[in-house]
Design a protein around this ligand. Structure first.
Ligand code: 13P
Length: 249
């Protein structure tokens, strides 16, 4: 089965609302393509102007996080209904920076994934090992555990629409991109894990991105791998390079 590529930018904590609109205006013509899904995951305060700015284009807007409750006394949090009402289609869940700085765990990731599906949002579920874990040789075990907990109680029908982002922590923002072989090996292991949890059809449908220092130079080889269905791009998504990454072929 031919999976459609999905290339998403993760803006992280960058761009004020007015800067966001200016960047979208600049990138719009560069990321125009029919051959992949293009997503800009932007800070919460940029969502409303970003949705407005991408109207009539091929760009979908994603959030970088959300809370797993419906509403109520959770000062500072953003609910799934707030995202969908604002026109958001995707939400990054469990990025390693949220796990490291904001105490997110595999269990909160699972709650958020379930909530995202309940509201018709496509979760971009992040997993990845640290350098110590890679050096210890426990990368695949670690990732399998992250995936199994993230997908607890998620149905096969939901899972086939999920996006998984494999982001080795040591490759994020370091300029040290994983080798094509390393990235493909882990993405294949993730797909095998999904086949184990569900079935071959779900594994064949789910899209798996690589993230970690993706650049215009590294994207073509990475995206050509059998189990890599696109990228989650940090730094390079804020620059014109993102146009070249989206049009990698
Ligand atoms: P960089 O592309 O800046 O390494 O960031 C990757 C990332 O964390 C995307 O979510």
């Amino acid at each position: 089965m031919e999976r459609r590529k999905i290339i998403a930018g993760n803006w992280k904590m960058n761009m004020t609302p007015s800067e966001a609109v200016a960047l979208i205006e600049k990138l719009k013509p560069l990321v125009a393509t029919d051959s992949a899904d293009v997503v800009f995951c932007v800070p919460a305060i940029d969502i409303i102007p970003a949705v407005e700015a991408v109207k009539g284009t091929n760009i979908g807007i994603g959030a970088e996080n959300m809370y797993f409750e419906e509403k109520g006394a959770f000062t500072g949090e953003i609910s799934p209904a707030m995202l969908t009402d604002a026109g958001v289609k995707y939400v990054i869940i469990g990025h390693s920076e949220r796990r490291e700085y904001f105490a997110e765990t595999d269990e909160t990731v699972n709650k958020k994934v379930l909530k995202a599906f309940e509201h018709g949002l496509t979760p971009i579920i992040c997993c990845g090992e640290s350098l110590t874990q890679r050096e210890q040789g426990i990368t695949i075990d670690w990732i399998r555990q992250q995936i199994k907990i993230a997908f607890l109680n998620v149905t096969a029908g939901q899972a086939k629409d999920a996006v998984i982002a494999y982001e080795p922590i040591w490759a994020i923002g370091t300029g040290k991109v994983a080798t094509t072989e390393q990235a493909q090996e882990v993405c294949a292991a993730i797909r095998a894990c999904i086949a184990e949890i569900y079935d071959d059809a779900t594994a064949a449908a789910i899209r798996i991105q690589y993230g970690g220092s993706v650049s215009a130079a590294s994207a073509p080889e990475l995206f050509a791998q059998a189990d890599i269905d696109g990228g989650l791009v940090g730094g390079a998504s804020l620059k014109e390079d993102f146009g070249a990454i989206v049009n990698w072929q």
